[in-house]
Design a protein around this ligand. Structure first.
Ligand code: KIV
Length: 298
């Protein structure tokens, strides 16, 4: 029997080289089964996003997600992936307090099985933090535009870079993130024209989410693509299935079968000592309606 060909793993340099060569397909995943499905479907990058706070843990935003939550889910995802590059999303407060703490936290993601981390924002203090992570051999994916961990400062989940001054700041941040050594850059919820402008002017791949078609790749949230999240769905999401509805239908069907007695049937049951033999060994007492109401040892 011929040995199975080993799967060629997507690496950080390979993602960087994909710019202008092929469009990059990225999707989030949060656990072993979702990671296996995303990997088998052919994702180039699997992001263990802190969006898990909303779609898996039921928080209204991503701010309550901790490093421990993220590491727990990163380990599960890493166990399910054989090909895609696994990127761990650094949660709120894990890279905001000090450079030393940020580098240590970033390293924990690599130890949990990620090959890179993602960090939101591109202001000068963030650039210094990212520089220190890179210096500690942690590859970093940048993320600008709508950065959900800044939801309170931004005043909501809304389009960024709409006006010239804001657009200029985002272009400068993108260039800085490239200069410092990020291997790719997420552009979230920015005008398509701005995303295209940035994509043409930096040498690292841009991955868009709500950023139009002219980015080097696209990312969406697993539960959004599959129709498994019934909270607010932004305009840029395309649902490719209604798995949430199908799951609910399947579970309703199962519960109806339990209540009607249709589940389990004989083929779904194990058989051993016959009832006659059990009665012979332990005896039986019949109720007035003929139903066995108790079995007593003879
Ligand atoms: O947490 C997340 O899922 C993300 C992506 C949507 C970019 O940051």
């Amino acid at each position: 029997m011929a040995a199975a060909t080993p799967v060629k793993r997507v690496t950080v340099p390979a993602v960087r080289a994909m710019k202008a060569q092929q469009r990059i397909g990225m999707i989030t995943a949060y656990d072993f089964p979702s990671a296996k499905v995303a990997d088998a479907a052919g994702a180039d990058i699997i992001l263990v996003g802190d969006s898990l706070g909303m779609v898996v843990l039921g928080y209204p935003d991503t701010l309550s997600v901790t490093v421990d939550d993220m590491l727990h889910h990163t380990r599960a995802v890493a166990r399910g992936v054989t090909r895609a590059l696994v990127v761990g999303d650094m949660p709120y407060l894990s890279y905001h307090v000090s450079i030393e703490e940020s580098v240590r936290n970033a390293g924990l993601f690599l130890q949990a099985g990620a090959q890179a981390v993602k960090v939101e924002g591109g202001k000068p203090s963030r650039i210094k933090t990212i520089e220190a992570m890179l210096d500690a051999e942690v590859p970093v994916m940048g993320h600008i535009g709508l950065t959900p961990q800044s939801v309170n400062a931004l005043g909501g989940f809304m389009l960024q870079g709409k006006h010239a001054e804001d657009a200029r700041r985002l272009i400068d941040e993108a260039k800085e993130l490239e200069r410092v050594g990020c291997f790719a850059l997420v552009l979230e919820c920015v005008p398509a024209e701005l995303a295209a402008f940035i994509t043409e002017r930096i040498g690292i791949p841009t991955i868009g989410i709500g950023a139009g078609p002219r980015c080097d790749g696209q990312v969406l949230v697993f539960h959004d693509v599959l129709g498994m999240y019934d909270g607010h769905t932004p305009k840029f999401v395309r649902k490719y299935a209604n798995i949430g509805g199908e799951m609910q239908d399947a579970l309703s069907h199962y519960l109806a079968d339990v209540r009607s007695g249709a589940f389990p049937n004989d083929a779904e049951s194990f058989h051993g000592t016959s009832e006659e033999e059990l009665r012979r060994l332990y005896g039986s007492r019949e109720g007035t309606d003929g139903v066995v109401v108790a079995i007593t040892k003879s």
